[in-house]
Design a protein. Structure first.
Length: 283
């Protein structure tokens, strides 16, 4: 990490958030609700509006995390979730043309992992996996101090692996409650907090599926550190036990002895991780 000033942008389903990152400092937080049903140009206008508010003469680069498939080399995003008009957007080219600084684009799960690696529970780790558990199940992979995204930005898409009659994301994320029990996940969480045993049992069931997903990660990457992020992590006390029960069925017990699973405590991980795209590049 260095002391250059980097703009980090976190493009979400309904909001775009940005900030100015300088070393370990985050300043100038900006947030704007985007017109997710708008045209490519209208949504780009929202992106430019946030960057305009943050842009200063000494900004060295801009990083942006997007919930989509990304051509990392070209900075092209495809089929952005919840923004129907963004089928193929040459995001890096458009931003660089306006601001004349290097631009780095990657998906939001990879940015989460970089945020944890540079600013959160992953500081000092050589290898780690950042897993986001929200409406979906995504992950970012750090190997030998560098983000491993794959040539198509597809590394870490564990949620899309076939599992039971669907995929892991169907069962091991916030989708589980609606998909399997046709009930609202936030309502389940509130009921679980209030001591409702039935709601807590649903989390235990989800935890079993999540434990199986973590076993898949272990068989694939032999991780020593997994950091859980995303909205569902706040319910960890309700699914921790069953998640670990499944993890302990892993075929190589020594690997599990060495495994740490941490909960993210990092605020603004998407913004910080987007800035981390520059740090990863500059290594």
């Amino acid at each position: 990490m260095n002391d250059k000033r980097i703009i980090g942008i976190d493009l979400g389903a309904t909001n775009i958030r940005g900030g100015l990152v300088n070393g370990t400092r985050l300043s100038g937080l900006n947030s704007k609700r985007i017109n997710s049903s708008g045209t490519v140009e209208e949504v780009m206008g929202d992106v430019f509006g946030i960057i305009d508010n943050l842009m200063e003469a000494d900004v060295a680069a801009i990083g942006i995390g997007v919930p989509s498939v990304v051509d990392v080399e070209q900075g092209i995003v495809y089929d952005v979730q919840y923004i129907p008009s963004w089928k193929e957007v040459h995001l890096r080219k458009m931003i660089e043309a306006r601001y004349r600084v290097p631009v780095f684009v990657n998906n939001d799960a990879n940015c989460f992992a970089l945020g944890e690696y540079y600013f959160g529970k992953g500081i000092g780790s050589e290898n780690m996996i950042g897993v986001t558990i929200g409406t979906g199940l995504g992950a970012g992979v750090i190997i030998r101090h560098r983000l491993f995204a794959g040539p198509n930005c597809g590394a870490g898409e564990f949620g899309m692996v076939e599992y039971l009659d669907h995929c892991y994301e169907y069962y091991a994320s916030g989708q589980f409650f609606q998909n399997v029990y046709n009930t609202d996940g936030q309502e389940v969480f509130e009921n679980a907090k209030a001591g409702n045993m039935q709601a807590q049992q649903l989390y235990k069931e989800m935890g079993t599926h999540l434990g199986n997903a973590i076993k898949l990660i272990m068989y694939t990457y032999d991780a020593s550190l997994i950091i859980l992020g995303g909205s569902v992590r706040v319910a960890y006390p309700y699914f921790r036990e069953t998640m670990w029960e499944r993890i302990h069925t892993f075929a190589y017990p020594k690997s599990i002895e060495n495994l740490r699973i941490e909960l993210s405590e990092l605020e603004n991980s998407g913004i910080l991780g987007a800035a981390g795209l520059y740090y990863d590049f500059a290594q």
